[in-house]
Design a protein around this ligand. Structure first.
Ligand code: ADE
Ligand code: ZN
Length: 328
């Protein structure tokens, strides 16, 4: 059974992480950049473990050097999302990779991506919003520039701010300046936590960064009953990416994945792909696996997508439109 035609909402998707390897290879060839070492014999991204994944990710990203490259990437990614039945997506965008954190350069990258998103909305029927992310392993000082970029471009397209990267670096509170800056500018907040850092990292993130509404991954919370109660009570949505967790070795087998437990504990869970070509997944495959392993059916997916759009960082008119399309 395939759930390809179920209309879907995806909240956790890194734009560079969604770049098809063939797209990156073609750009590398155009620019005569040597990044051959990041692909395997089949042409897929090759890495062993999370640290190497981050290195390969950054090497692939290094060939994206102009606003036009990002416009093309946005188009390619949205075509693939639409193919998977996604009608609303949010994507993580990193000014560190788009103009090195320079606000003037970022304006141009941002405008190019917003324009590509607008044209995809017209001809593919998919809506995209952008969440600016700082990169945790670049350190707290480097997190300030993306927050300023976010504050400068908050609007119809840029609606959120968050943090990705290696959770092992620093404490969430070290990044408070960036999150305060983004929150004060009216951006909605999410943060990767509890992918690797366990329940304590999820708790520290909520305690040290006021205003966080969603947690990227958050699967470490499943070991901690009191924390699960808190997430449910405070209506903190988890952006769960099961296929990513399996591919990176957070869990060995799908049946070990805690998404069902988190849902049973009343936490709003959503499903996303994170970096689909890196993890050999698609939104349809995630749904097919959830059906096969946990027996989730069309009704479960309808409820899942209603929870996702309820937690989306979009304006109310967009939310109403997507709610209607999910029900149609
Ligand atoms: N950036 C891209 N994918 C990521 C992941 N799974 N965890 C942390 N940072 C990321
Ligand atoms: Zn992620």
């Amino acid at each position: 059974m395939s759930f390809r035609d179920v209309p879907k909402v995806e909240l956790h998707l890194h734009l560079e992480g969604a770049a098809p390897p063939a797209f990156i290879r073609a750009l590398a060839k155009e620019k005569k950049a040597d990044i051959g070492g990041i692909f395997d014999a089949q042409g897929n991204y090759a890495y062993d473990g999370f640290d190497e994944f981050l290195k390969v990710y950054e090497a692939a990203t290094s060939v994206l050097t102009t606003p036009e490259d990002y416009a093309r990437l946005t188009r390619v990614v949205l075509e693939e999302c639409a193919e998977q039945g996604v009608i609303y997506a949010e994507t993580f965008l990193s000014p560190d990779f788009c103009g090195g954190g320079d606000v003037k350069a970022w304006w141009e990258y941002c405008a190019a991506m917003a324009e590509a998103a607008e044209s995809a909305e017209k001809d593919l029927g998919i809506t995209l919003k952008g969440i600016i992310t700082c990169i945790r392993h670049f350190g707290p000082e480097k997190a300030r520039a993306p927050a300023v970029c976010a504050a400068e471009t908050v609007g119809d397209f840029i609606t959120g701010f968050g943090m990705a990267g290696a959770e092992t670096v620093g404490k969430p509170g070290d990044y408070a300046w960036a999150f305060d800056c983004a929150r004060e500018a009216g951006l909605r907040l999410t943060c990767h936590a509890g992918e690797w850092g366990g329940a304590q990292m999820v708790r520290d993130t909520l305690d040290q960064l006021p205003g966080i509404e969603r947690i990227g991954h958050g699967v470490g919370a499943a070991h901690d009953g009191a924390l699960m109660e808190r997430l449910a009570r405070e209506n903190i949505t988890l952006e769960v990416c099961p296929g990513s967790n399996i591919a990176l070795g957070v869990f060995r087998y799908w049946r070990d994945h805690p998404i069902e437990k988190l849902r049973e504990n009343g936490i709003p869970v959503t499903v996303s792909t994170d970096d689909p070509p890196f993890f050999h997944t698609t939104m349809t495959q995630e749904y097919d696996k959830l059906n096969e392993v946990f027996g989730w059916n069309e009704e479960d997916f309808a409820a899942l997508n209603q929870d996702a759009i309820a937690a989306a960082f979009c304006d109310e008119k967009t939310r109403e439109d997507i709610v209607k399309r999910l029900k149609a």
